[in-house]
Design a protein around this ligand. Structure first.
Ligand code: F6R
Length: 258
């Protein structure tokens, strides 16, 4: 198992992290077409998607040749529900860019047979030629996608149980904690590691321990994001709050103040 050192860039604020990530993706998109993107949802991604939409409106990027695969979706939440990741993606990116609707894939959390849906999702990713660039956030518990601590690094797209901490962190979109789903469908750790390039964005002090564990802790399933050190092409962009627990900081930092 060869370990690689991810590139870590630390910027002054969450807004600067979104700006820097958008720059990286825009540069990436302008050089490559067709392109298969892996996409995440969540608060970290919202300001990034706003920048990508603005870049599209300014004529800097087009999604015409893009196929996208989202990381995950809740099980039992309909695509039309305001709390679904389907809805999030429509609201924050897909409705505002020129992507062909059929090429924007998100796991179907309402599938009668979630295992069959997961297997078909893997096949669709393979049929698209694999993911060129995968965007990731990180959970405060070190999850990537919904691969919670304990997830096997050989795992593929499958149904998982959400940790209580994840349900609490994601409760905002629901009327109360009891309504937050307990199950989700997520790309597996192995599926994630097959992406050719990975860009992880982490902002806010609640991510500091997870970022330090991912970059400096032992590689193992206790911190699923530590699996990223088994991949040769990982870029991590964090704000100073999310980077605060890195022991080697500030040596690692390439500080770009907002
Ligand atoms: C979302 C996903 C999750 C989030 C993570 C961080 O599709 O896969 O791993 O990236 O939970 O979420 P935020 O950005 O809301 O803190």
């Amino acid at each position: 198992m060869k370990e690689y050192t991810p590139s870590v860039e630390i910027v002054g604020s969450a807004a600067a992290a979104a700006e820097r990530a958008a720059e990286r993706i825009i540069a990436w998109m302008s050089n490559r077409s067709p392109l298969t993107l892996g996409l995440a949802t969540g608060a970290t991604m919202t300001p990034l998607y706003a920048r990508l939409v603005a870049a599209h409106r300014a004529g800097l990027i087009s999604f015409r040749e893009v196929t996208s695969f989202n990381l995950d979706e809740y099980v039992g939440v309909a695509a039309g529900s305001p709390a679904s990741f389907h809805r999030y993606m429509q609201d924050h990116l897909l409705e505002h860019v020129d992507i062909e609707a059929a090429r924007a894939r998100i796991p179907n959390g309402m599938a009668d047979d979630v295992a069959a849906e997961a297997a078909s999702y893997e096949e669709q990713i393979a049929a698209s030629g694999g993911i060129d660039l995968l965007l990731l956030g990180i959970g405060a518990n070190g999850h990537i996608g919904f691969n919670e601590p304990g997830s096997n690094f050989a795992s593929r797209t499958r149904e998982v149980s959400l940790d209580e901490t994840t349900r609490i962190a994601n409760a905002g979109g629901f009327s109360d904690l009891a309504s937050v789903p307990r199950r989700a469908i997520t790309m597996g750790v192995a599926t994630i590691l097959e992406a050719r390039h990975i860009l992880l964005i982490a902002t806010g002090s609640e991510k500091a321990a997870a970022v330090a564990a991912a970059i400096e802790g032992p590689i193992g399933s206790a911190c699923p994001a530590s699996a990223l050190r088994l991949h040769r092409n990982v870029e991590i962009i964090c704000d100073e709050q999310a980077a605060a627990a890195l022991a080697t900081w500030p040596q690692k930092k390439d500080r770009r103040r907002a």
